[in-house]
Design a protein around this ligand. Structure first.
Ligand code: PRT
Ligand code: ZN
Length: 283
């Protein structure tokens, strides 16, 4: 049995649960809200505050955990970074009042900075030989300058709109963050085997992300031109049709270049183009 710690509610919750579900981990909804076992896979899920996940994994209360990189680095917990999961992306940045002139990191010398990430910030300022006072608060950091509690803030930013509405501007990105899968340093062989299977499933899900399966009919005399347009996994599958002047072509395309590719295919004489979502991809 592998115990996975996940955030009980908040910004990581939805995508974490979706990822687990796509990996075939269906939870037995029971009365015990803190700990749920999965159906058909030897995993149980422990719901915690994100702040507690790195430590729980380090001390073995949980075997693995899904947590933001910001929390993992801040807590300095002795747990292995096993996989970057690519969601809940944000950055930890220094921000100052919008009308201040900013010439560089020296601006912060002697200033008071409000933050919930004192470890990461202290380390960053020390390396740049800047001495500042930290005001440690756990929520609503962005209002601190406006109410005179601090000169600046060091906090998570994603769209930047919270900064704008508090008349602040981002002046230095200290680190980027995304959700991580972290693991205890001393997993038993049995737990490691379950984790390996889980990683295999996560990779299949990630590989399929942003990819579509395309099926189309191509006139044989245009086949080479059409194959050139389709960047398949290896090469496209080609099957004959009842009309021997035509063939069916199947391949995988990325969403990024989707409309561009479809436009070129049509212009090259492809017909009956079908686009199908891909759920998992084992490469
Ligand atoms: O209750 P618990 O302790 O579990 O949750 P929490 O309140 O500490 O964390 P939560 O749910 O807010 O965030 C969980 C994780 O999501 C964070 O640790 C980050 O790894 C990640 N994440 C991604 C974010 C953001 N984006 C984000 N934008 N966490 C917080 N924010 C906040 C930020 O602090 C600021 O207040 O959103 C605001 C900024 O957003 P923008 O879009 O206006 O820039
Ligand atoms: Zn938290």
């Amino acid at each position: 049995m592998l115990r996975i710690a996940v955030q009980s509610k908040g910004r990581l919750y939805d995508e974490t649960m979706l990822l687990l579900e796509e990996a075939g981990i269906k939870l037995n909804r029971g009365k015990r809200i803190l700990l749920l076992s999965a159906k058909g896979f030897p995993v149980e899920v422990l719901f915690l505050r994100d702040d507690d996940i790195p430590q729980s994994v380090a001390n073995g209360v949980a075997d693995v955990g899904i947590v933001g990189e910001n929390e993992y680095v801040e807590k300095g917990a002795e747990a292995k970074l096993t996989k970057r999961l690519g969601f809940s992306k944000c950055r930890l940045s220094l921000a100052i009042p919008k009308d201040e002139e900013y010439g560089g990191i020296e601006w912060f010398e002697g200033k008071t900075i409000a933050t919930s990430y004192p470890e990461i910030l202290t380390d960053y300022l020390d390396r740049r030989h800047v001495k500042a006072n930290l005001h440690i608060i756990s929520g609503s950091v962005e209002i601190a300058p406006g109410i005179g509690l601090a000169d600046a803030i060091f906090d998570l930013v994603s769209s930047g709109s919270t900064l704008v509405s508090n008349r602040l501007k981002e002046v230095d990105v200290v680190m980027n963050s995304e959700a991580l899968l972290i693991a205890n340093n001393e997993l038993s062989e049995e737990k490691q085997a379950i984790l390996d299977e889980l990683l295999f499933r996560f990779e299949a899900i990630q590989a399929a992300e942003g990819k579509k399966y395309v099926l189309l009919n191509a006139p044989k005399d245009k086949l080479n031109e059409i194959i050139e347009i389709l960047p398949g996994m290896k090469s496209p599958t080609i099957t004959p049709l009842a009309d021997d002047k035509w063939v069916s072509v199947q391949s995988v395309i990325t969403e990024q270049h989707f409309w561009e590719i479809i436009g070129k295919l049509k212009a090259s004489g492809a017909e009956g183009i079908l686009i199908i979502p891909i759920e998992k991809m084992i490469v």
